[in-house]
Write a protein that binds this ligand. Structure first.
Ligand code: GLY
Ligand code: MN
Ligand code: MN
Length: 361
């Protein structure tokens, strides 16, 4: 990641931004730029200096993870102990992350450091993070593979009567066992009528024969998240999917394939959403599509751009996007299918190798 700082400095110059320093508080941006992943820290970047502020728990870790950065140890109260270093640098202006710096810290520092002007900066680092480099893509691939293995493992364990919570626990244990540092987000297991909740957190409800079950899960590795959804049919007791269950599943799959086919560099995020959404509109079911078609994926599960009607950002090679249409019917249930795609110069590579046909257990 040693090349990320020069890229940011170039960007600051190119954009003609008037800051003598850039102050980074968002943890994902800190980790992206410096490599330092501790639970607390700030960065301050000037034309000639690169500083990591953290507390005693992390000074050694920061020195190891962020070679080339000067590590400043903060003591409580942290906001107070940042001040001498900022004064030493004598900066006329500092750009800060307006969507992250707390109002409390902002008023404290602007009050205590009168000689420096604090200015809201555009989301430059977030913008740099939209396109992933080789190191990031490798972590994302592995995070996808870990989640896929855990899901395959779960399929061998699922039985009617198992609760959603037990199924989620197996899936999460599998991800940890296969190498995840953490789970990416609370695992969603929504069976039967609960499938109508797009984000139905796993509950104590037993999964019954004859139900569709939606699993939305992801693994985190080296700070990067996967985000996959599959909807399966729980058989047993001679149950087969109903015609409606099959029809809704096929329609969601058609929508997902249309979205995937639309992904390539230069296409707008909203055009991919349109491709998926049109399938539901033609079927007269658009009102049962309750969310956007997808999002960029990385250190955060939801990164810009979003595949949604008003996001006209153009897709670029190196983005890793989800395509995840779904339909949700209150008192019936729902279906969603979600994959993670690497945008390539030619189009897109679907990363999970899991089948998208309706799985009958
Ligand atoms: N699991 C969150 C999402 O799919 O966006
Ligand atoms: Mn998901
Ligand atoms: Mn998602």
């Amino acid at each position: 990641m040693s090349d990320r700082l020069p890229v940011l400095r170039d960007l600051l110059k190119k954009e003609g931004l008037p800051y003598d320093g850039l102050f980074i508080t968002r943890p994902e941006n800190r980790a992206y730029l410096s490599g330092f992943t501790g639970s607390f820290g700030y960065l301050l970047i000037t034309a000639s200096e690169a500083l990591v502020f953290t507390d005693g728990r992390y000074v050694e870790q920061a020195a190891q993870q962020a070679p080339g950065w000067k590590v400043i140890r903060l003591t409580r109260p942290f906001e107070q102990s940042v001040i001498p270093e900022i004064k030493r640098l004598g900066l006329a202006s500092i750009g800060f992350e307006a969507d992250h710096l707390s109002y409390g810290d902002y008023t404290f520092w602007t009050d205590k450091i009168k000689e420096t002007q604090w200015l809201p900066a555009p989301n430059l680092v977030t913008r740099l993070r939209q396109r992933k480099d080789q190191l990031e893509i490798e972590s994302l691939r592995q995070a996808v593979e870990i989640a896929s293995r855990a899901f395959e493992n779960l399929l061998g364990l699922l039985k009617p009567g198992m609760t959603e919570r037990e199924a989620a626990a197996e899936l999460e244990y599998g991800m940890r066992k296969f190498g995840a540092d953490a789970i990416a987000f609370d695992t969603i297991v929504a069976s039967g009528t609960r499938g109508a909740l797009p984000h139905g957190k796993a509950s104590d409800k037993p999964i019954a024969s004859g139900e569709l079950v939606t699993f939305d899960f992801g693994a985190r590795l080296n700070g990067y998240n996967s985000d996959i959804t599959r909807t399966i049919f729980m058989g047993g007791n001679g149950k087969q999917p109903s015609q409606r269950q099959r029809q809704i599943y096929e329609l969601v799959l058609e929508s997902q394939l249309a979205g995937i086919a639309a992904v390539r560099p230069g296409v707008s995020a909203s055009a991919v959403d349109r491709a998926s959404r049109t399938v539901f509109e033609k079927a007269g079911l658009a009102e049962y599509y309750l969310h956007s078609t997808g999002h960029n994926l990385g250190r955060e599960v939801h990164e810009t751009p979003f595949l949604m009607p008003n996001d006209n950002s153009l897709l670029e090679a190196g983005m890793v996007l989800t395509v995840e249409p779904g339909l949700y019917f209150s008192e019936w249930g729902g279906v969603r299918i979600e994959d993670d795609l690497l945008v390539t110069p030619e189009g897109a590579e679907v990363l999970p190798r899991l089948s998208r046909e309706l799985i009958l257990l």
